[in-house]
Design a protein around this ligand. Sequence first.
Ligand code: FAD
Length: 375
Amino acid sequence: MNFELTEELQLIKDTAKSFADEVVAPTAAARDKEHRFPLDEFKRSAELGFAGMLVPEEYGGSELGALVLTIVIEEISRACASTGVTLSVHNSLVCSPILRHGTEEQRKELLPRLASGEWLGAYALSEADAGSDAAALRCRATRDGDDWILDGPKLWITSGDSADFFVVFARAEEGVTAFMVEATAPGFSVGKVEQKLGIRSSSTVEILLDKVRVSANRVLGAVGKGLNIAFDTLDGGRIGIAAQAVGITQACLDASIKYAQEREQFGRPLARFQAVQWKVAQMSADLAAARLATQRAAWLRDQGKPHTLEASQAKLLASTLSNRAANEAVQIHGGAGYTTEFPVERYFRDARITEIYEGTTEIQRLVIARNLFGR
Ligand SMILES: Cc1cc2nc3c(=O)[nH]c(=O)nc-3n(C[C@H](O)[C@H](O)[C@H](O)COP(=O)(O)OP(=O)(O)OC[C@H]3O[C@@H](n4cnc5c(N)ncnc54)[C@H](O)[C@@H]3O)c2cc1C
């Protein structure tokens, strides 16, 4: 076992860090305040190969793999969790299922446009009455000759008002089926735009499918097997969200160490008080555990080994620990931490979503327990 990054991985990490510090971080607070989508940041990240991290070179990707993806998403989320989730969804929830379940023709046609950043991707599984219980989805898919007609709203779609290309799950007679739909398709439109507590630079919208015609070559995988694709895809997506949470935790730790050394009370820096030291020490131990769990799950996925259990463990750990870290980071900053003068209030709001999307904390526990009890 070797935990050291290879020279090549270190180089990619350094590239992601510079990109996060120089391109993403400077606009993060303003984008959050203005609810401005990081489209420019996404396009620029594509120039570094970050829009096609899971895509092989033969389809125009950078073929970095899931483990490297966690390193890149962590670095970017450290600067801006909204940009982090934009990239995570695009890579893990859109490129990945096409690669894993698409036909050779679909891979050749679609992946180069996604991996180059020409297209931004989104993933439309959830509906108003199908959140944790995704299998209850009701968006309809009916055959019309060789084509399909999709009908019904999808809710909570990350990047939905900026995305060009969607993986959409709908219910056919044979069962839930995955389809690939372009935003320009007649009958496809954006509905309600959510106003959120955090990740405000990411957009979350309702997608309306009003008799959208989809040709047979845009069915992803087998008809009726969409839920298998949805859950296999979420195993990968959860690793990305765990990496996002690790990035937020690192940001909390960095901000807390800096502030505790600068701020003085009772004639000495906060960093000299044991109560503050212990908070920072706990945060750093939590960070180490969450990062290792995340990277291990990603490594298993890269090896083609079972990783459903490990992906849920990583997401559960990383998301709950990032919320603890964000809470303590605000506490260490005192009143200042409760204001927009310091970034920790944004980390606090952003951390919250990591316990909700791509399966809530409760659903991760359910998945873990099912694996442990063999059900
Ligand atoms: C900002 C944001 C972005 C999102 N992006 C996307 C996206 O891009 N694509 C997409 O398809 N979806 C997306 N979602 C949807 C997200 O995945 C769901 O919100 C999530 O799965 C929870 O579903 P729900 O909101 O319907 O909550 P519910 O399922 O109603 O859950 C409410 C509460 O009940 C608990 N609960 C539910 N069932 C059980 C159970 N069996 N046992 C124990 N507790 C349970 C939950 O854990 C939770 O605490 C996004 C959501 C948000 C908020």
